[in-house]
Design a binder for this molecule. Sequence first.
Ligand code: URA
Length: 193
Amino acid sequence: MIDKKRQLNNLKNKILRDKSLPLQGSNLVFGEGSSEADIFFIGEAPGLKEEQLGQPFVGRSGQLLTRTIESLGFNRGDVYISNIVKRRPPDNRDPLPLEIEAYKPYLQKQIEIIKPKIIVTLGRFSFNYFMPDRKISLDQGKTFKISNFLLIPMFHPAAALRSTKTLKQFQKSFQKLPSILKKIKELTGPQIA
Ligand code: URA
């Protein structure tokens, strides 16, 4: 059984070799963080800064995400961060359904390898990837049980940068994360007899 870091690295190399994937003109932003992460944050698609650095969420909205993660007492390196589409759509347009579909097996494999206890989706595209009929405006901050993880949809940090009201809701929803994680760990902790 090869370790999770190696499996993620193998997967990254597989994406790089897969020339059938759309947006080939743009650099791959595979994802980063701990392969043992309990929490996996999933955004939409990389922006310009992310494409330049090859890292997810490192522009202005990424800085807000990082600050908010740190405000909970976590380090960015403790969690895992990626996107549903792993290359930048031109002019930062919304990802197309066929782009989301094409990168789907790779996101699924990342989830399978990391086995996070919680997936936090950032924005409507990643929320609707898991729950197509739901609305982020109604469901942000709620908790949904999906197969073997909890899904918690949050607003996209870029939306939180545009509106003080959204920023407050974004921060409030984030503050629930440590206690939810603690509860999951208590429920799945070592069993006595
Ligand atoms: N927005 C996203 O959805 N993902 C990133 O990586 C950066 C900005």
